[in-house]
Design a binder for this molecule. Sequence first.
Ligand code: KG4
Ligand code: ZN
Length: 335
Amino acid sequence: KKDLYVLGIETSCDETAVSIVKNGREIISNVVASQIESHKRFGGVVPEIASRHHVEQLTIVLEEALKQADMGFKDLDAIAVTEGPGLVGALLIGVNAAKALAFAHGLPLVGVHHIAGHIYANQLISELKFPLLSLVVSGGHTELVYMKEHASFEVIGETLDDAAGEAYDKVARTLKLPYPGGPHIDRLAAEGTPSIDLPRAWLEPDSFNFSFSGLKSAVINTLHNAEQRGEVIEPKDLAASFQASVIDVLVTKTAAAAEKYGVNQVLLAGGVAANRGLRAALTETFSGLQDVELIIPPLSLCTDNAAMIAAAGSVFYEKGYRGSMRMNANPGLEL
Ligand code: KG4
Ligand code: ZN
């Protein structure tokens, strides 16, 4: 059987990324241009600036990805692109580029849900064995996704308010740390002790849903009250306490869902999957469970990239999914 080469394009937020993946498993090239420096001084991603950067960067990133792979369009089998969710203006740049390239080079076009991409980043590490459960934790999503087979996604739990990454970023802002705050809280937490009592939102018994806005408010109130009483709270201890609460809920619910659904694998996905505390806690929990294999992608495949889009796109391509020239950016796309 002939090898399958898919080029992936990702522009849903603040990373312009292009990658070529072989047979949905092997990274041939993977180029990411981050815009974080441009958004930092605003404390978050500015949509208009993001779109403009994507326009400026995409051609350069595309050429670099082809060059690193030493390939041309004639060597490709399909173009995969993030169709949604994300910032509409940012998504449009990738979708229109993908449509133009597919049309110009006579290649099939495959639309990919951004979260499906994050999940399929794991396929670049290990062969997927169904049924499996994926814990998706990013800046915009916190979900437990059950997959009984390829390209089948059942959301069995999700956040009712803030996403985990959003909570990290908001707490970081309260502690006057730079954007994006997740990595800074992670680093501080490693130095502190979780000595401050913060809530854990378990919700109804057996619920696989999450809630992080109460925790975020508790952190803000703790700081505020201490300030009023003239007490000093060590930021590292607050970071450690916040992180302990987030991880406790994420890991406990993931383990409970893995058991209830009898899965073969548990995958970690999304930007917050880069969190060292979360990686360590999941590793410890699942090391005791012999019939469940835990897969955690390396940091570079946890945050936004196009290799994950090409990996998911390869699976969808083989399933026969095809996008049309009417494909549009879909900021509210459902998994
Ligand atoms: O998946 P991603 O790159 O973009 C979205 O699709 O949202 O995730 C970005 C999120 C941000 O909220 C960022 O603060 C968080 O991932 N993040 C982390 C860490 N690295 C990135 N959160 C906690 N610990 C980290 N080490
Ligand atoms: Zn993402």
